[in-house]
Ligand binder design. Structure first.
Ligand code: SAH
Length: 222
């Protein structure tokens, strides 16, 4: 029964996941590690049942509490940017757990994932979703991710799934030398650009990549 739910049928079947991956390749995703994990990870189990049939569309969909699951292309792109030129990563900090889909993708590609979410009921859902997949290398905390997660710092990768107007200083400080952060940074008009920041000794190299659309990075927790 559970196996069948995870596997999916019709609009949630393996064929539908294969089609999603074909689209990702057409959109320019080329890291075979990322493509394989997205091919085998059921995305429909991260959504409410009413939306499960739309899980493999290339759009952001609501997950409650005014938040959205990031679109498959964005998840793939951010993961690819984080892993580029790296064999693997040992510790990755994720800010904005949401429903846990990006978390699950990361957990299958790196040693340990540390994920911070400010909305408690979403964190609870993410824990349930990733437990279904028996992923054991994820650590969750309910907090304002603007502070990072100092207990386990530094991290060789940081992925931020909500858009601040400026990069929080604590996140920069929690990056190892050589470490990489992928983050959507927005201006006051809501234009956001995906940035990849690499720490080189005590300076930070910034690459500005494509424009994106994320929910805002908010302070405090609820
Ligand atoms: N990758 C997630 C994205 C969810 S949307 C998914 O696919 O489900 C972004 C998430 O970031 C939301 O759940 C929102 O509550 C969270 N968020 C926004 N600001 C935050 C902050 N300062 N600290 C922690 N989480 C934050």
């Amino acid at each position: 029964m559970m196996q069948r739910y995870l596997q999916g049928i019709g609009m949630t079947s393996q064929r539908t996941r294969d089609r999603m991956v074909k689209r990702l390749i057409e959109q320019g995703i080329s890291d075979t590690r990322v493509l394989e994990v997205m091919r085998t990870t059921p995305r429909h189990i991260f959504m409410d049942e009413a939306l499960a049939s739309r899980a493999y569309e290339d759009t952001a969909l609501p997950i409650g509490y005014n938040q959205t699951i990031s679109q498959p292309y964005t998840v793939a792109k951010m993961t690819e940017l984080l892993l580029e030129n790296k064999e693997s990563l040992t510790k990755v900090l994720e800010i904005g757990t949401g429903c846990g889909y990006q978390t699950a993708i990361l957990a299958q590609l790196v040693d340990e994932v540390f994920s911070v979410e400010r909305i408690f009921p979403l964190q609870k859902k993410a824990i349930a979703h990733t437990a279904l997949l028996k992923l054991k290398n994820i650590h969750y905390t309910h907090n304002d991710g603007g502070w990072g997660w100092a207990d386990f710092a530094p991290y060789d990768g940081i992925l931020v799934a909500a858009s601040p107007s400026e990069i929080p200083e604590a996140l920069l400080q929690q990056l190892t030398v050589g470490g990489v952060m992928v983050i959507p940074v927005g201006d006051s008009e809501g234009n956001q650009a995906l940035q990849r920041i690499t720490r080189v000794e005590n300076t930070f190299q910034i690459e500005e990549l494509e424009s994106v659309s994320f929910v805002p990075f908010l302070a405090g927790k609820e």
